[in-house]
Design a protein around this ligand. Sequence first.
Ligand code: ZN
Length: 420
Amino acid sequence: MDNITHSLVGLACAEAITAIKPELRKYSRPILLASLIANNLPDLDFAYTRITTSASGERIGQILHHRGHTHTLAFALPGAAILAALLRWLSGFKSLKSLNAPFGVLFFAAALGISTHVFADSWNNYGVHPFWPFWNSWIYGDSLFIVEPLIWAIGLPFAYFRFSSKFVRALIFTLLGGLLYLMVQYRATHWGSVALWLVSVVVSFKLWRNWFQGHRQQSTAWVLVLLLIPVFFLRSFSISMDQRTRLWLRHAFGTTVLDVSLTPLPLNPFCWTGTSVETDRTDYVARRFTVAFASWLVPASLCPSIFSSAKFTADLKPVTQSKALEFEKAGLFQWVGETRLPLERLRSFYDHNCEFSAVMKFYRVPFIKRQGAGQWIVGDLRYDRSEGRDFPEMIINDPPGKCPRFVPNWTPPREDLLKR
Ligand SMILES: [Zn+2]
């Protein structure tokens, strides 16, 4: 998730700790600081992604180390211990005396913060592998867009009443305004959802103002519940969408559906963008589409066109199967395209090319395209959003030069496709 959402979760957790244990209220400042930092700390992994590159300098580490080791429960304990020790040391300075709190209290707030960061990151289709080193497989939530405006609408007004500083309050309004601008600019939503969002912001401000007058501790419990409501709703939508989409794909193409990666559009549980991993007897097929949650109300053709009308890096061919086109007519799907590759080619490339086998530890919906003599461009259809190079796309040499170093041992999401 984005770092505003992580910070809001951090704020809510800090408030919850002092609400549950009122005797810790005298440490509310250091607890808040520990929780805010810990809820953002795992994303510092960007700092060392450069340690893994391909022979030609492609930054493979960007996809292998971001959401890597720092996004595991195993990191929560040492990470929290270091952060708590650092805060204790800082509180030794005279001007920072107000940060003083027992090590155990800081450690608890920090360990909780790192864990909730990993939990929040598990909500979207990027994935996390929290149980490394015991279980190294990716887990995908597939239920929230990377920035969900509804969470901001609930959390930012809460933060507004929690802090009286003019700077913080101005920042909150800037963030809400900036988000509104982005939603409109990137055509991520319909006007109707933007209007609904504005209403939810106003309602949220009104509710928090009333609750904060003398009920601050109860309001903390509410912010946690309210933050989790959209998450649980969207998760249950997502499970139902996943099952239905698999069924429809099987019906439309007669293939074996191995995986469907879904993400709802922001503020819009009716429209989901999806990619699929399918096999027929000899080929691997990946498709990209928009799928409607309730096509009788909002058909897929009316869904906002974000990420589905541009040109892509992958070689996407139009979907032409008659059953699939019938589904499109009925409003269930809007097909963007499909890419196909002989399964054997994918497997042998994986077996003999160490650069490709490294990136396959991240790719969930892989694609491959010839770039030139002995060169391939590879990527993940989930995040192929333009003709240019999107973040997971790499140029792979075949044969590769020296193999990349420090490749972590995440289980490849497409192990099902790669094993013979
Ligand atoms: Zn993260």
